[in-house]
Design a protein around this ligand. Structure first.
Ligand code: NAP
Length: 309
């Protein structure tokens, strides 16, 4: 039986691993399909304290993993298929095998939100992507017009990054004002290769028959006017959806699926703690996820200490 199992290997999960490992709890970290979490898909992280010149997202996560392993954390590339948190021990099915644990830290993060269009799904990886840093440099996007959808920091960051490759980058947003932080918004809008298209929604990605992106159909939400914009790539950057489906009906969540923590990082299930983006719809920063991972580790440690008294 494990003492601590951590689901997720992003900032929250790996910080929880550092703390529980240093408490001699020998934590087991299950990475899921994206080791290092969403931060590994960011280029340079400029707002993580301690790195005045910024740090590559992938490198930051590798360093966190190394730090956790140095103190005895075990990091396994494995996916949790089902969980039963109704009693003690907590039971998990991990890649077909049964696993029991006294405590569980859910740090499973969030995935990319999709527009929900049929044509978007059909053209995924054929010009539709959710990660400019991962895919922006692909030959099919070189010197071509590209479209980014969204109005947050991600959309601004992706659009700015894509100006290295595309001939022009259209930033399509459903309102006439960006949600992004001032510095990111100003940087994007000052870039001569970025052209904002306000009050507009993507209603169709073309061309499904051709099997590649050739353009997008846009609708102006104020005038209902439609236009087709030629482009070779659609980069969707419209936020995230928490990865909490495993616990639906077992742990208290809000309508969007974010776990609702009770006291500190406690959830409504005994011995189950939560940290990071899967419980945070407000801050969603690397540093807040790390802080919440630390809190969950301390709460799990105290819970285990109380059990053994
Ligand atoms: P976000 O702040 O939630 O922004 C999502 C954007 O997508 C919003 O502009 C939203 O429009 C739009 N949107 C949502 N659903 C849509 C839909 N169905 N169709 C069209 N547009 C839709 O998400 P984010 O940009 O991914 O940022 C998440 C968090 O990470 C934020 O806290 C951000 O500060 C942080 N972040 C930081 C950095 C950095 O500092 N380097 C980089 C990336 C992200 P509305 O504005 O109308 O709601």
């Amino acid at each position: 039986m494990e003492k601590v199992v951590i689901i997720g290997s992003g900032c929250a999960g790996l910080t929880a691993a550092v703390y529980t490992a240093r408490a001699n709890l020998n934590p087991l970290v299950l990475t899921g399909t994206m080791p290092g979490g969403l931060l590994t898909t960011t280029s340079i992280v400029e707002n993580y304290p301690g790195f005045p010149e910024g740090v590559d997202g992938f490198e930051l996560m590798q360093r966190m993993q190394k730090q956790a392993e140095r103190f005895g954390a075990r990091v396994e590339f494995a996916t949790v298929e089902s969980a039963d948190v109704s009693g003690s021990p907590i039971r998990l099915k991990v890649d077909g095998k049964d696993l029991e644990t006294q405590t569980l830290i859910i740090a499973s993060g969030a995935g990319h939100r999709h527009l929900g269009l049929e044509s978007e799904t059909k053209l995924e990886n054929k010009g539709v992507t959710y990660c400019a840093t991962c895919d922006g440099a692909l030959p099919m996007f070189r010197d071509q017009p590209l479209v980014v959808v969204g109005g947050g920091d991600s959309a601004c960051e992706e659009a700015t990054y894509l100006t290295r490759f595309g001939s022009i980058v259209y930033l399509v947003h459903r309102r006439d004002e960006l949600r992004a932080s001032k510095i990111m918004a100003e940087r994007a809008l000052a870039n001569p290769k970025i052209k904002p298209i306000w009050d507009s929604a993507v209603t169709e990605v073309m061309d499904v028959e051709a099997g590649k992106v050739t353009g997008v159909r846009l609708k102006n939400l104020k005038t209902d006017e439609e236009q087709v914009l030629d482009c070779a790539g659609l980069f969707v950057a419209i936020g995230h959806v928490p990865n909490t489906q495993l616990f639906k009906g077992q742990i208290e969540m809000d309508e969007a699926g974010y776990v609702i923590p009770k006291r500190g990082s406690e959830t409504s299930a005994k011995g189950v703690f939560v940290a990071g983006d899967c419980a945070d719809n407000v801050y969603r920063q690397a540093i807040t996820a790390a802080g919440l991972g630390c809190a969950a580790a301390i709460d799990a440690e105290r819970y285990l200490a109380a059990l053994s008294q």
